[in-house]
Design a protein around this ligand. Structure first.
Ligand SMILES: [Zn+2]
Length: 121
């Protein structure tokens, strides 16, 4: 039997473990338990809805389109992507598709929904 000792990198917020430091740093920057990543929209805002959007991708070989389900702030009338979709933003440049990142920590338009249906999310 081999015994191997190695360094483990642990998220400060949710205790997930990583073998690579860059993976742990990347995770912590998006971890839902990291208080700096609090997204009020996803915590019961009554203005949050969903809308199908068409994403066009120009890959230099004619491009392609696909349909995705995006978040919509009905108060701002603004399409938004959550922090967890930042990787998709980097890939598809969602801001050129009229989407912005959801606000972090505070949103001036946040209003708590008294009743959240599981069918609305
Ligand atoms: Zn974490």
């Amino acid at each position: 039997m081999k015994e191997i000792s190695t360094t483990i990198f642990k998220c400060d917020h949710c205790n997930k473990n990583y073998l690579r430091k860059y993976a742990a740093v990347n995770h912590e920057s998006k971890c839902f338990h990291n208080p700096t990543n609090f997204q009020p929209c996803l915590n019961g805002c009554k203005h949050l809805g969903r809308e199908d959007v068409t994403i066009e991708v120009d890959n230099g070989h004619g491009g392609y389109k696909f349909t995705a389900n995006a978040f919509l702030c009905k108060k701002k009338n603004q399409l938004m992507y959550p922090l967890s979709a930042k990787r998709l933003h980097d890939k598809y440049d969602l801001e050129s598709h009229d989407q912005i990142q959801m606000p972090l920590l505070k949103c001036d338009d946040f209003e708590k929904d008294d009743f959240i249906s599981i069918f609305d999310i």
